[in-house]
Design a protein around this ligand. Structure first.
Ligand code: ADP
Ligand code: ZN
Length: 313
């Protein structure tokens, strides 16, 4: 841990050079920098076998140290499920049961701890994104924030009072259940191998493709799929608003490149809350309550830099 007593100043550049890793199902992005306005260099590694990914990432950070000086910390934000239960335990930082070949049991912390002298921190990709967006992005200055990614899977990061939520393991927002009529259930049973019609089973990119027969990106804006999609995502907003009382909900991920979804989700969320959460941030400010991330595709990577800087103190 750092000996410095300087508090974490969330400026967009900082004096502390850190390494950042965002690990996704298809690619792992590594960067070195002090903040979002000072990213020195970055690489993109395909998510092949963990040994290969770790080797390339370690080489990248070693080069960065040669060029820019010692890294003060490395932070990893990763796809899950990842063991975040007991910091200091042997399995802390390891990927848990997963269908990704070779990744079950892969330990994110070990290779970087062995290769570098600095502390190594870890969180989920979506918790990282929620943190980064609250420090520098579209949720700046807010301390209770939801970040949802609607992509190959659906994940949700929860920041509560400025701290990413872990609890028992980490939240699994993508697997919440969504109210549906009998008619809807007959029309599509959902695509989640565990729950059928959970949020991910209904609204992830692959679930949409399974239901409508073409990739979500190829569906025209007036296709009925978007009514269904915004219905489902609005229920997620309603549930999250009632449970967590977030100051803002951010939606990222490939499917949310369909910008016309935002006004639809906002309208349906308001309709279903039915005036119950009676605060102006929701009733009058819905356009700022449900928003895209400020960092777009970089939300996770900036989150990793924010995590390193926050943990350094
Ligand atoms: P990942 O979840 O693998 O990190 P993404 O967030 O890019 O990656 O999500 C990929 C999913 O998003 C795919 O299922 C793809 O069909 C869908 N997608 C990508 N681009 C678009 C688009 N423009 N509109 C709707 N869906 C999209
Ligand atoms: Zn599920």
């Amino acid at each position: 841990m750092s000996e410095s007593s300087e508090p974490f100043e969330p400026g967009r550049t900082g004096s502390r050079l850190v390494g950042a890793i965002e690990a996704g199902g298809t690619k792992v992005v590594c960067a070195a920098g002090t903040g979002p306005d000072d990213v020195r260099d970055r690489i993109r590694i395909p998510t092949t076998a963990p040994e290969e990914v770790f080797k390339q990432a370690v080489e990248f950070f070693a080069e960065q140290e040669k060029e820019h000086g010692k890294l003060e910390a490395i932070a990893i934000v990763t796809f899950g499920p990842v063991d975040l239960r007991r910091p200091g335990s042997e399995s802390y930082g390891a990927i848990m049961k997963t269908p990704k070949p070779g990744w079950a049991g892969a330990h994110w912390l070990t290779p970087f701890r062995q290769a570098f002298e600095c502390p190594v921190y870890i969180d989920t990709d979506v918790n990282g994104a929620a943190l980064g967006e609250s420090v520098w992005g579209a949720a700046q200055g807010l301390d209770t924030v939801v970040y949802l990614t609607i992509g190959t899977g659906i994940g949700g990061g929860l920041l509560v009072s400025g701290e990413p939520v872990h609890g028992l393991l980490h939240p699994e927002v993508g697997h919440m259940r969504i109210p549906r009529t009998e008619e809807e259930k007959k029309a599509f049973p959902g695509a989640c191998p565990f729950h059928g019609d959970c949020l991910e089973g209904l609204a992830s990119g692959p679930s949409m493709q399974k239901r409508w027969g073409v990739p979500a990106g190829e569906l025209p804006a007036d296709h009925p799929a978007w009514e269904v999609q915004s219905d489902v995502l609005a229920w997620a907003c309603v549930n999250l608003t009632c449970i967590l009382s977030p100051q803002r909900i951010l939606f990222g991920g490939g499917v949310m490149q369909q910008e016309h979804l935002f006004p639809m989700i906002r309208e349906k969320t308001l309709e279903r809350l039915n005036g119950y959460v009676d605060v102006p941030e929701v009733t009058q400010g819905i356009d700022q309550f449900i928003v895209p991330p400020g960092f777009g595709q970089d939300a996770g990577l900036m989150g990793a830099i924010a995590l390193a800087r926050k943990r350094l103190g």
